[in-house]
Design a binder for this molecule. Structure first.
Ligand code: ACO
Length: 702
């Protein structure tokens, strides 16, 4: 475990620099909170003009403290912070909790950088600036100006928003969802989410890691660190701005938005994404109390048809669709319900269900090998006591002794149901007040198991590539002062990375065009090659299905004429003569260089699917072939690749392999390539492979 970070987040002693004698001031509140939270470590208030605060001796400077100091909470105005940081460094403080605002969030970026430089010079880490502070139940530590320690629990939450952290602190009591640590991460000048992932993974009191994120720093490192973690991570990402999209030069660039790339990155990192604050709590509760759901079979037990139907709909929505249990399981469950009950899935014990039926059916179902996850629903009835039902469910689960599969519960009713649910949560079973929430929680546990399985997939990084050729082509384009590469240049780079393109040759005069067409074999396609004409069809720069020599000659002349009419001073490199590939299912592969995550690959179905429906999916590159295969399956049009309406299945294996190679290429060339498209990529029948028909690479501006 990182000792310095531990000193910052679980300090054995804390100095409060800027401790104030005036109640209500932040510097006073932090001292008061440390005392009231029962913190057993040293508390050292620092103030040059006070002697005592809340019964504690006040020092003029950290340098006067006779004992070692792990963390310093800084509550002096911004203009004093750098000097204070230097003194803390000299004192040998491990970490600075910089509560003070007025740094990069208001444009004072240089001062913030200087703060980090000073800290690093002394081997210190900085939390913030602009933070509320840090709280830890297991250390009785409230080194913040949040009012109290959160309800105790086994999750830990890190929030980029300080105000939200304070709100969450209070919500933990109303929602009865406990946290061990709450950490305000503020401007993330130094300690960021990537640091917190690894540290919380090693923290013995944290079972589930929850993040409220507005924007990541070091996106790729966040993914890499998260992949190493053995605990569930759930994030709520705020902000829906589609940055960069407007300025994009490629098709892919216009489709990539921050939110989509973040979503992809979280999936890759094995992180579960919550939809809103409530969902963050719900998922955190389930993930901190229950193991992942490792198989597909979810069984739902209910005493009401209505909640059963609602839960069934949700099961489909949250990726845990219901299957019927085997006959033998149904036969046993039938014993715990009246004749008019149903042992199908959901298992409807009916409104007559009492404590025993709940207990016996829950116990049998949870212990049965067929069941991978169990959701128990209850509607409050006049004949039953919710607390007794809760205790029956709890006893049934503990009686099985099983801890490797999950259960979630929903009680729908009034106050008595609320109390029963609270009791369940306090006794280790996640319970929710609506059936869809219990199913959503199970969906998160299933997703966690799926993401865990995907984490183990190795990424191939030893593809055979001709780097020299690729770099030579890029160097030539740079020498020309261009960033847009022509189709033929782009395809040569694709080929250097083993991507299959249709045969394409450059002709600089009509005679060359004819002889190349004859060599390639008719029919052929002729296209203009000019860095000044990126949208070739719009310029009349494309002729397809040319069947003979006369056709080549005519097309050659017409295209040149059209190009000149389109842009009189266009720099024309010639025309490409291209094999006319037999048509097949059109897909698109592309890339962008995301400001947070770097090289990012996109896949979608081509033609109208991409133009109108924007049916595409993203991943941060590089990716494993299995991850590539998952991308093919997650677009809405996925069934088209599997063969619909009598069509034979497409060569998904070859497509996934090309997608993984493409992701490797853009990672390898990430220092140069800004955006790229392979569009269309034709996908033939199984075993027949894929071919890239058109290619475009746009280099970074340097
Ligand atoms: N060493 C020690 N103490 C010092 C020093 C020093 N070098 N310089 C000043 N002090 C003392 C002051 O004398 C004062 O103590 P006193 O009240 O006994 O006289 C104390 O430090 C505080 O200084 P003030 O000048 O009174 O500053 P004030 O308390 O008004 O504000 C603060 C300081 C809170 C750091 C303010 O500048 C600030 O940044 N506020 C925003 C903090 C915040 O909200 N952070 C989280 C953002 S997230 C969210 O929005 C919830």
């Amino acid at each position: 475990m990182d000792d310095v970070l531990t000193g910052l987040l679980r300090p054995k002693s804390v100095a409060i620099v800027g401790a104030s004698t005036t109640p209500g001031k932040i510097g006073h509140t932090v001292v008061k909170n440390l005392i009231e939270s029962g913190y057993q470590g040293g508390i050292y208030p620092i103030n040059p003009s006070a002697d005592e605060i809340l019964g504690l001796k006040v020092y003029k400077s950290v340098l006067d403290i006779p004992e070692p100091v792990d963390a310093a909470a800084i509550t002096v105005p911004a203009k004093f912070v750098l000097d204070v940081a230097k003194e803390c460094g000299e004192k040998g403080v491990k970490g600075l909790i910089v509560i003070t605002s007025g740094f990069s969030e208001v444009g004072e970026t240089e001062m913030e950088q200087e703060l980090v430089a000073i800290a690093h010079q002394y081997g210190m880490r900085v939390l913030g600036p602009n933070v509320v502070g840090t709280l830890s139940n297991s250390d009785n530590l409230n080194a913040s100006f949040a009012p109290f320690l959160p309800l105790d629990g086994s999750a830990s939450l890190v929030s980029q928003s300080g105000a939200l952290l304070i709100a969450i602190d209070a919500i933990t009591y109303t929602r009865r969802i406990g946290f061990d640590k709450l950490v305000s991460i503020g401007n993330m000048s130094d300690v960021n989410f990537a640091d917190m992932v690894g540290w919380l993974d090693e923290d013995e009191n944290t079972k589930c890691i929850s993040f409220y994120i507005e924007g990541l720093k070091e996106g790729r490192r966040f993914i890499d660190e998260s992949l190493k973690v053995s605990k569930p991570i759930v994030v709520l990402k705020a902000g829906v701005s589609e940055h960069g999209a407007a300025a994009a030069a490629s098709h892919t660039g216009s489709l990539a938005g921050a939110q989509k790339v973040y979503g992809a990155a979280f999936k890759q990192a094995g992180v579960i994404e919550a939809t809103d604050l409530s969902d963050l709590f719900d998922c955190t509760l389930a993930l901190s109390l229950e193991p992942p759901m490792k198989g597909e079979n979810l069984l739902i037990i209910t005493n009401g048809g209505g909640v059963g139907v609602l839960a069934t709909d949700s099961a489909e929505k949250y990726g845990v669709p219901l299957n019927f249990a085997p006959e033998s399981v149904q036969a046993e469950l039938k014993k715990h319900m009246p004749s008019f009950g149903s042992a199908k899935n959901p298992v409807d014990l009916t409104g007559m269900a009492g404590n025993d039926w709940y207990h016996d059916s829950t116990k049998f179902a949870f212990a049965h090998d067929w069941v991978d996850g169990l959701v128990v629903l209850y509607c409050e009835t006049a004949m039953t006591n919710p607390m007794e039902i809760a205790k029956s469910i709890h006893k049934a689960i503990t009686d099985t002794g099983i801890t490797h599969k999950p259960v979630t519960v929903s009680f729908v009713g009034g106050e008595r149901s609320d109390e029963a649910m609270q009791w369940l949560v306090e006794n280790g079973i996640p319970a929710y007040n609506a059936p869809d929430l219990a199913v959503r929680a199970m969906g998160a546990l299933r997703e966690y198991a799926r993401l865990e399985a995907m984490k183990a997939e190795p990424i191939q990084n030893d593809h055979k590539v001709d780097r020299d050729t690729a770099r030579e082509i890029i160097a030539k384009v740079r020498k020309d002062g261009r960033t847009g590469m022509t189709e033929i240049e782009s395809k040569k780079i694709f080929n250097a990375y083993g991507l299959p393109t249709v045969r394409t040759e450059l002709a600089t005069n009509e005679e060359e065009a004819v002889s190349m067409a004859e060599e390639i074999g008719f029919p052929v396609v002729l296209k203009i090659v000019s860095p000044d004409i990126l949208h070739k069809s719009d310029a009349g720069g494309v002729k397809v299905n040319i069947k003979d020599e006369a056709g080549v000659r005519e097309a050659y002349k017409t295209i040149l004429e059209n190009a000149k009419n389109y842009k009189a001073d266009a720099d024309i490199h010639g025309l490409v003569i291209q094999e006319m590939a037999p048509w097949a299912t059109e897909t698109i592969i592309g890339s962008v260089n995301d400001p947070t995550f770097g090289a990012t690959v996109m896949f979608g179905l081509g033609g109208i699917f991409v133009e109108v429906l924007k049916d595409v999916t993203f991943r941060v590159a590089p990716i494993s072939e299995k991850e590539a295969a998952a991308m093919l399956d997650e677009i809405r049009g996925a069934p088209i690749l599997d063969g619909t309406r009598g069509e034979s299945p497409r060569d998904k294996k070859a497509l996934a392999s090309v997608l993984a190679k493409y992701a490797f290429m853009i990672t390898d060339l990430a220092d140069e390539v800004a955006e790229s498209d392979a569009n269309p990529v034709l996908v033939y029948e199984e075993g027949q492979g894929v071919k890239v028909v058109d290619a475009r690479i746009i280099l970074k501006k340097k």
